[in-house]
Design a protein around this ligand. Sequence first.
Ligand SMILES: Nc1ncnc2c1ncn2[C@@H]1O[C@H](COP(=O)(O)OP(=O)(O)OP(=O)(O)O)[C@@H](O)[C@H]1O
Length: 509
Amino acid sequence: MAPAGGGNIKVVVRVRPFNGREIDRGSKCIVEMKDNQTVLTTPDGHGGKGAKTEGPKTFAFDRSYWSFDKAAGNYAEQSHLFDDLGKPLLDNAFQGYNNCIFAYGQTGSGKSYSMMGYGKEIGIIPMICQDMFTRINGIQADDATTKCTVEVSYLEIYNERVRDLLNPSTKGNLKVREHPSTGPYVEDLAKLVVGSFQEIENLMDEGNKARTVAATNMNETSSRSHAVFTLMLTQKKYDAETKMEMEKVAKISLVDLAGSERANSTGATGARLKEGAEINRSLSTLGRVIAALADLSTGAAKKKKGGSQVPYRDSVLTWLLKDSLGGNSMTAMIAAISPADINYDETLSTLRYADSAKRIKNHAVINEDANARMIRELKEELALLRSKLGGGSTGLGGAPVPADEIYDENTPLEKQMVSITNADGTVKKVSKAEIAEQLSQSEKLLTDLNQTWEQKLQKTEEIHKEREAALEELGISIEKGFIGLHTPKKMPHLVNLSDDPLLAEPTFD
Ligand SMILES: Nc1ncnc2c1ncn2[C@@H]1O[C@H](COP(=O)(O)OP(=O)(O)OP(=O)(O)O)[C@@H](O)[C@H]1O
């Protein structure tokens, strides 16, 4: 992880063992790893008949993990990744820095294995959660004046739409918004209070079950969505001398991206093609964001005509990851690759992606008393917005309102244009309708921030009940450790009996 205070994104590569399909096709391993270097050999005959065989391509990363052969002495286990990425991430989070890990790679390359893990081979996300509570218990036992709290959210982005995996009752499309104080956030996303690792584990189980799993031509259980698991760690410490409560907040975003292969290379058609294109919108924008940030870090942007605009807002994923890419966060990327010659093109593209991500610089700062600052800024903003909406002949602090901004009360709000002075001194004209919209968003944010812990707990309990009811209705058993199905309460249904527990659930047509 980058040293505290910021630095480059940390980039690691991990190669998995051959899968069944690769073994059946007699694949050759074309990946080698030497220390931190990953070397990719061009397969014979690549580029067509008569094409000149290119030499091996060498990439240097922060780490190159050899997980090709479990029997090999240098096999990189799940715990290696946790030691190198998870532990420093927790060190930083407890200091009050935001952190992010995201996994990138083609379908079936080992992203979910590294992030969530399978069965007993748990991945970096559960390991981080486990260690977080061990640390919290230690801190609270050592120092009775410190109180730590954890909130969890889990969402997926599918076809550019955001779905809450922990609250199935909020159907459809949640909106991503941005506020100068809080940065990008998802409106109405459930943030559930958790008091132990077991509670997080239950939520993860339920969220993973709710995650959309659609078959593709590449891999029957391929996941077509981006999954974002977020932990919010708050540490409150009461200082007896100053009689003040100090607060440190850290956000940890753990992101499992959809398969990075291009839609057309999987033979997708119709609805699948649209889905591929939308996934590509997020991934291709991620590519452009990474390229623009890499240019900014190396100064290349200045040389380009008009400089380099970072297109965060061009996709939901990049908008949400804005803080993690080039912003206030310490970020690591796990590039997952296949060892097989048949995946050469995708592997090369993943390594190139990872190589450009290495150059991105972030500027993390400690989020001390972030809540208090946000509440103050929001209150100031609300006062300004209310004064602008109110009309009349005086504005905020009794300042006179310009004559051209006083309107007849019958003028629709869309037509009433007023000027707003930004923090940087620039003035922009906006309609009162836009101000009213902003006002309601900011009021919602303020209510969220002002919620007491008891209120949050109560909300968590309500959502928990709703979630259980929603899953029950779909015929999904919510008993911990038991993935089961039963007859859905209301709808007529077909049941898909599959070896894959994620698919062994009632289906609806
Ligand atoms: N490092 C590893 N060691 C052992 N097995 C692995 C490793 N990485 C991946 N696998 C196995 O490879 C298969 C595909 O991995 P995984 O499901 O993690 O891929 P993915 O990149 O998340 O795919 P998708 O895009 O479909 O989510 C799984 O069966 C997994 O158990």
